[in-house]
Design a protein around this ligand. Sequence first.
Ligand code: ADP
Ligand code: MG
Length: 320
Amino acid sequence: MDEFALIRCYFAGLTAARDGVVLGIGDDAALLQTRPGHELVVTTDTLIAGCHFPPETAPADIGWKTLAVNLSDLAAMGAEPRWFTLSLSLPAAEPRWLTGFCSGLKTLAERYGIALVGGDTTRGALSITITALGEVPAGRALRRSGARIGDSICVTGTLGDAAAALVQWSAGAGTSSAGDAEAIWLRQRLDRPEPRLAAGQALRGLAHAAIDLSDGLVGDLQHILDASGVGAEVLTAQLPMSAAFRKQVPEAARLRLQIAGGDDYELCVCMPAQAVDAARTLLDVPLTVIGRITGVGGLRMLGADGATIASEHFAYRHFE
Ligand code: ADP
Ligand code: MG
């Protein structure tokens, strides 16, 4: 199967027709029409086998996750997803792999009504890049730069689940699917993150600053602090933990996974303390206050005893 047959067979009809697509797959470029009064929000993310997911991850999960991590960036901007492109480097045109990959991708794309409008297909080591485009009412996007002294720092959902699944996978060398219900649930959090799109959109106008948690709370919250020129205190005893995480992860291992594990794809938002209750009524996911923005002092992580925990070395970085 050549490149063009592959595109026709798997990608040309992957998603339903959507508004705003003046011209989709098949020409040299797509033509897209944004709605009046909106700004275009653009983000891109690449997933590489062995780096961003265990090599034996199911193709359907890889399809889901590559789109999910991009949608998570749109969520963090308060944007509504509209269109995406897919650049695929594949070692071989394996029909079983491609069918699985497309099914995971399509399930998530249909859920959020986002249309595939183009891409690129080449032979090479497995690597998948998605560029997602969204819209936000002009001037209303959530940024990293608006956190104010006194703001409550909040996170959606629970932290550390995906990182715990990764630890279990490395320890069991790929036998995780044979695990019990909690291990399976944790693995689902790693393979099929749920982008917090509704939450991001609902928080426009309430949150002063937002980021999605991809590299771990410590590193990602630091980006808000740098962009906003503020410090923060986080109470580690308040970090939201799932029941499965609590059951599966020994107490001594929890903090590191929760603050530095990465792959959470939850939102971290800063807002006035008085706005938190109102925000909770608008969200489809729990929102937990984990600390507050301070004037100085960088990021301080406080233990249950009130003592500061050294945390500088906790963030994940490529090339380090
Ligand atoms: P060009 O050579 O002009 O870059 P291509 O031959 O790479 O065009 O692609 C032909 C058409 O197929 C374009 O519309 C492109 O966006 C689309 N396309 C290529 N690969 C993919 C893919 N993996 N998913 C979706 N659309 C794709
Ligand atoms: Mg091309």
